[in-house]
Design a protein around this ligand. Structure first.
Ligand code: ADP
Ligand code: MG
Ligand code: MG
Length: 199
């Protein structure tokens, strides 16, 4: 079972991966956006880590609710409200249980991803974070490692796509040939689950 400590580790592992990959995320965003995705998420997940350290929540749902609030209030870009909604909705789906199963988490993340799609109006193939989140969360039903691999493959598969949502969509066909920064960071979020799990 996954308790509040596990969810705390998931968020700090995400912060660590975002720190490590920040330059790459910003470089990807400089090709088809405004070159701030790495710094946006670094600021956001640093705030998440600080808030969790200050007053560690007692349930998985509360960890994700706090993390989501921090992202919404500290990330200036489109990705802040989208990731914030993902975590808040996932947390809400977990309710106030003290611990949840991996299957519970996969189901709850499915609700979170649906909320991201609703908020942003994007669907699979639009070259957004959803292109990593949808296959990644689906594969979490098998294992965290399978989720990590599917999310990474989904992010890589955004390279040839034409962006239909977000800033990159303003480029039209010139968005083709570049990996989507948000799909790349979404794959880090799923990879951090496997890290928190000890793999
Ligand atoms: P901004 O574009 O406002 O500078 P970021 O650079 O932080 O914000 O995030 C950009 C990423 O957000 C994109 O690469 C894409 O994955 C994601 N994104 C943008 N708009 C949407 C949307 N409507 N639905 C889903 N994801 C989106
Ligand atoms: Mg940007
Ligand atoms: Mg921006």
């Amino acid at each position: 079972m996954l308790d509040a400590d596990f969810f705390h580790r998931w968020m700090t592992a995400t912060a660590g991966l975002v720190d490590r990959e920040a330059a790459r995320l910003t470089e990807l965003d400089s090709a088809i956006g405004d070159a701030d995705h790495g710094s946006n998420l670094q600021r956001g997940f640093a705030a998440v880590s600080a808030a969790l350290a200050k007053e560690p929540p007692r349930t998985p749902g509360a960890v994700l609710a706090l993390a989501g609030r921090q992202l919404i209030s500290t990330v200036g870009g489109a990705s802040g409200p989208l990731y914030g909604t993902l975590l808040r909705r996932t947390g809400k789906a977990l309710g106030d249980a003290a611990a949840v199963s991996p299957a519970d988490l996969a189901r709850a993340l499915g609700e979170g991803v649906a909320a991201v799609a609703q908020l942003g109006g994007a669907q699979a193939g639009d070259k957004t974070m959803l292109d990593a989140l949808l296959p990644g969360v689906e594969a979490l039903g098998t294992s965290f490692a399978a989720g990590r691999d599917a999310a990474a493959a989904g992010a890589e598969a955004t390279v040839p796509l034409r962006a239909r949502k977000g800033r990159a969509s303003y480029l039209g066909e010139r968005s083709e040939g570049h990996q989507d920064p948000g799909a790349t960071s979404a794959a880090l979020l799923i990879a951090a689950l496997a890290e928190a799990d000890g793999g």
